[in-house]
Ligand binder design. Structure first.
Ligand SMILES: CC(C)(COP(=O)(O)OP(=O)(O)OC[C@H]1O[C@@H](n2cnc3c(N)ncnc32)[C@H](O)[C@@H]1OP(=O)(O)O)[C@@H](O)C(=O)NCCC(=O)NCCS
Length: 195
């Protein structure tokens, strides 16, 4: 895997997702406005949006263009397979030492290990440049596949809370997680708790 994630950091000191990562099967690159039709097609599927907190339903190409123009750059990377965007993965700053991992994949591509592969690359690159970063994540309780992805990535459950799903227009119980890493992978100054 070659990783060329830019070392630029945000004002909070987080790695900025502005360059391209390569994994065995995927390219993770910044979004382009030309991705909007495919983003709208996949994120417009209620079975995708209802598992996320922020994707509304219905979800139009215009929504996708706004996401790409306003929100995506630096926070999320497009997951690209065979030259087409199939999903998104991002790390969003929560405070100055913690970032929340988020992802979604178009339904035709579920179940092939793509998000796990993308997650490993984003986490590895981010921790290399920001070793003290605490990475958290969450998923709705009716989304065990996402819990399985997080377990494969090395996350452990920390609790649960109610979270808004915009697509469902309701609060849904969610399970919260934190990344645990073996001591050998942590820098001495890491703020991550011991697993
Ligand atoms: C959840 C999601 C990201 C998973 O992506 P993916 O690329 O299919 O995930 P992977 O193939 O890497 O791993 C999924 C794992 O969950 C397992 N799984 C699938 N459905 C499951 C279910 N209903 N219950 C338990 N495990 C399940 C799979 O078997 C696989 O595990 P395995 O590799 O040990 O066989 C994808 O389905 C998705 O985008 N869903 C809609 C949006 C979403 O949920 N985003 C995340 C919000 S927290």
């Amino acid at each position: 895997m070659t990783e060329t994630l830019e070392r630029t950091t945000t004002s909070e000191g987080f790695p900025h997702l502005t360059e391209t990562l390569h994994t065995p099967r995927l390219k993770l690159r910044p979004f382009q406005v030309t991705d909007a039709p495919r983003v709208a097609m996949f994120a417009g599927d209620f079975d995708v949006s209802r598992m996320t907190a922020r994707i509304p339903h219905p979800y139009s190409e215009r929504d996708a263009r706004e996401f790409i123009a306003a929100g995506a750059v630096g926070k999320a990377l497009a997951i690209v397979h065979a030259n087409g965007v199939i999903g998104a993965i991002g790390l969003e700053a929560v405070d100055n030492s913690r970032a929340e991992l988020g992802y979604w994949l178009g339904r035709p591509f579920w179940g092939r290990g793509f998000v796990t592969e993308a997650g490993r690359a984003v986490i590895a690159a981010s921790l290399r440049w920001c070793p003290t970063l605490t990475v958290t994540a969450s998923h709705f309780e009716d989304n065990p596949a996402s819990g399985h992805v997080l377990a494969k990535l090395g996350f452990t459950q920390t609790g649960e809370r109610m979270m808004r799903s915009i697509a469902r227009d309701q609060d849904v119980r969610a399970l919260t997680y934190r990344l645990s890493r073996p001591a050998t992978e942590r820098s001495p100054s890491s703020r991550l708790p011991r697993p």
